[in-house]
Structures are given as structure tokens and as C-alpha cells.
Design a protein around this ligand. Structure first.
Ligand SMILES: Cc1cc2nc3c(=O)[nH]c(=O)nc-3n(C[C@H](O)[C@H](O)[C@H](O)COP(=O)(O)O)c2cc1C
Length: 383
């Protein structure tokens, strides 16, 4: 069985290793949702990942969920990504763009005064709050979203395809459709947020249609070998729940498998949040999905090697460890200590806590990883 340092064919590209950078929102984009020069440095520093999956990128003018998050819905935004994809490929790396549509997890302030949209007019639990502006402003309860009619559902699907085409034009090797963590596609998938009675709601098959039509339309536009999907089955943190998560995710995974896309990325954040329902998702879905299977969520080096040697996945994506260690594959290979992430700087707009994590060869010889240990609360992944 392979280990983390063996190449892996994904779609039409071959990754040099299986240590992937999980998508991580970092709030370093401009307010017009263009990417910034500091992002060139950040992604370039992490080009030794087998594959970088970018931070969530908004595919629609109605998909914005935070300030300082980038988008791919006009030519200026598209152009702003070109130096980033070039920096990554100049260093021998590859990067997919993660398309992340916030749906109901947004505010009129972020949408030019328009109401956030959702599968149905179901307001997120007021205890689950979001930032109307960047941290450190206090979080606020989300408003009730506007339910999309069928015509507008189709429009948002097409926006994913348009953004995918822009991503490829900007030099991304492909796109990952974010169908987890409480955002738009999982709002259609989940029984508590989708109360529709048309072709996009009701049965599991109908609730899955939104995601499957996005996959089909994106694949039609850029090629199925350039399409990945992220699922976070069992995820409840953003007030998304399903009456029958096993039935839902086995069905969705079968349908995704039929589409022969580049990969399926399954993120189980149970280690962080603990859910009411816990299922061994990796083996369950691995048995259904025959293509490249990526897992993520609280996984360390040794566990990752074990997962690969058991054949339980083809690659592992690392979030916070890759944020803090731009040379993560080299550190794993050397058995070197890891820098510790500084979560209080995850969502600021500065270079500090973004591009200043040292590589192994930049550490003064007297330094140990503990020297970089900052005071931080228990790690909480973002979304
Ligand atoms: C700062 C931060 C931002 C994140 N942003 C995203 C995101 O944009 N899209 C996404 O799918 N997941 C996002 N996540 C979740 C990660 O992709 C990953 O699932 C999570 O960090 C667990 O993996 P880890 O234990 O290796 O960090 C984010 C996590 C962090 C820490």
C-alpha cells in the first residue's frame, strides 16, 4: 500500500505526494473580493503540497459569506488569481479552487442589501452566529434567508459552472465544489434546511439534485477530470442536520461515483465538534466511491500513514498543520517538529500569522518547535 510520499494520479494530473493542503479561509482578500499580493506568497510557500485546495472562493454575487474572502465571478477577480496559480506551478505544485457559496450563512450587509438565499426560508439557530464584518467585531445571529424559486436555483447552479470556467482560465488545475460545513449545497442536502416540495426538495434524491446538477454543469464546462467534491457528512456545527445521514450520504456518494470525477474529499470534523450521530464515515463511503478518496479532519502524520497503508484513503488533507507549516511534506518526511498554529491570527488581514511561519531550514539551530508555541485556545477549525 502507498505511503504519503508516493505520487497519485488525480484526474489528468499526477500529484508528487499525498500530503494535501485542506481548504482554509484566511480573510486576506480585498473587499472587492479580488486576491491580494500577500496571497501569492502564502500559496507559493505551500507549493510542495501534493495538491493545494484553495480557501473557499465565492462563485456568485449572492454567495458571499464574509468580508475579505475572495470570489471568482468577474474578470478582475479571475485575473487576480493568475499570479497565485503561476507561483504555485512555478514551484512544481498544483492548486484546485474551492467554490464555496455561503447561501443562508450571510447578511444583507455582505450582499449589497439583498437578503441571503437558501434552499428554504429556514433561519439558522440564533445561537449559531456569524460575522457581518471581519473579526474581531462580535458575531451576530443570521437573518431568515429567502427561499429560491426553481429558476433562481438553476441560476446559482450556472454560477458555479461560470466560476469553474473562470478558475480554469485563471490557471487552477480544477475546482472543488464545497458541499459541506453548512454552506449552500449542504443546505439543499439536509432535511432540516430543505423543506421544499419541488424537484429540489423532499426525498433524498430530490434534495441531492442541487449538488448533482452543479457537478454535472461544472463537469460539462471544464471536464469531469477537473472536478472534486468535498462532503462533511454528519456535520452539524452550522445548524445543518439530517434525519437519515447514512441514507443521504451513501446515496449522494453513489451518484458522485457514477460521475467519475477527479476525487471525493470527505471531511469528518467529529474530532473537533462531536456530533449527536457519529458514523465511521471513511470506511462507509470509501466502499462506495471507486475514485480518488481524500480524507480530512484532525489527522496527524502517523494516523495518516496508517490510513494510507490500510487502504482507507488515497490521500490526506491537512488544514491547521499546513497553515502553520508551509513545508509540511518535508517536515513529515524528516520527522521534524511542527510549528504550532496561531488561531487568533487565522482571520486577520495581516502578514503576521499568515506568511511568517518559518520553514524548517529557516529555524535558528537553537530553536525547537516549542519556541514557536504561542498561547492559543483549543484549536477550532473554521469553515
Ligand atoms: C482557518 C480555517 C479556515 C477554514 N476554511 C475552510 C474553507 O474555506 N473551506 C473548507 O472546506 N474548510 C475550511 N476549513 C476546514 C478545513 O478544511 C479542515 O476541514 C479542518 O481544519 C480540519 O482539518 P485539520 O484537523 O487538518 O485542521 C477551515 C479550517 C481552518 C482552520
Amino acid at each position: 500500500m502507498p505511503d504519503l510520499f508516493e505520487p497519485l494520479a488525480v484526474g489528468s494530473i499526477t500529484l508528487p505526494n499525498r500530503v494535501l493542503f485542506a481548504p482554509c479561509t484566511r480573510h486576506r482578500a480585498n473587499l472587492d473580493e479580488t486576491a491580494t499580493p500577500i496571497m501569492i506568497e502564502y500559496y507559493g510557500q505551500r507549493a510542495s503540497a501534493g495538491l493545494i485546495i484553495s480557501e473557499g472562493i465565492n462563485p456568485s454575487t449572492l454567495g458571499r459569506g464574509y468580508y475579505h474572502v475572495p470570489a471568482l465571478n468577474n474578470s478582475e477577480q479571475e485575473g487576480s488569481w493568475r499570479p497565485i496559480t503561476s507561483a504555485v506551478s512555478a514551484r512544481g505544485g498544483a492548486i484546485f479552487a474551492q467554490l464555496m457559496h455561503a447561501g443562508r450563512l450571510s447578511f444583507p450587509e455582505l450582499l449589497d442589501g439583498r437578503a441571503p438565499i437558501g434552499a428554504s426560508g429556514v433561519r439558522p439557530d440564533p445561537d449559531f452566529r456569524g460575522y457581518t464584518v471581519s473579526c474581531p467585531r462580535p458575531k451576530e445571529p443570521y437573518p431568515t434567508p429567502k427561499a429560491l424559486d426553481e429558476k433562481d436555483v438553476r441560476l446559482e447552479i450556472t454560477r458555479f459552472a461560470d466560476a469553474a470556467a473562470r478558475a480554469v482560465a485563471a490557471g487552477f488545475a480544477g475546482v472543488e465544489i464545497h458541499a459541506g460545513n453548512g454552506y449552500m449545497p449542504i443546505q439543499f442536502l439536509s432535511s432540516n434546511t430543505n423543506c421544499r416540495s419541488d424537484r429540489y426538495g423532499g426525498s433524498i434524491a430530490k434534495r441531492s439534485r442541487f449538488l448533482l446538477e452543479i457537478i454535472d454543469e461544472v463537469a460539462e464546462r471544464i471536464g469531469r477530470d477537473k472536478v472534486g467534491v468535498k462532503l462533511s457528512p454528519g456535520f452539524q456545527f452550522s445548524d445543518v442536520r439530517d434525519d437519515d445521514p447514512v441514507g443521504l450520504y451513501t446515496y449522494v456518494t453513489k451518484c458522485i461515483n457514477d460521475r467519475r470525477i477527479a476525487y471525493l474529499h470527505v471531511s469528518d470534523l467529529h474530532p473537533y465538534y462531536g456530533y449527536d450521530v457519529h458514523v465511521e464515515w471513511y470506511p462507509l463511503l470509501r466502499n462506495i466511491f471507486e475514485g480518488v478518496f481524500i480524507v480530512n479532519g484532525g489527522i496527524g502524520f502517523e494516523q495518516a500513514q496508517q490510513i494510507l497503508s490500510d487502504g482507507a484513503a488515497d490521500a490526506v488533507a491537512f488544514g491547521s498543520a499546513f497553515i502553520a507549516n508551509p513545508d509540511l511534506p518535508a517536515r513529515f518526511r524528516a520527522g521534524a517538529p511542527l510549528n504550532v498554529p496561531r488561531p487568533e491570527l487565522f482571520y486577520t488581514q495581516e502578514a503576521e500569522g499568515y506568511t511568517d511561519y518559518p520553514r524548517m531550514d529557516e529555524l535558528p539551530s537553537s530553536h525547537t518547535a516549542a519556541d514557536y508555541r504561542a498561547d492559543f485556545a483549543d484549536l477550532q477549525p473554521g469553515t
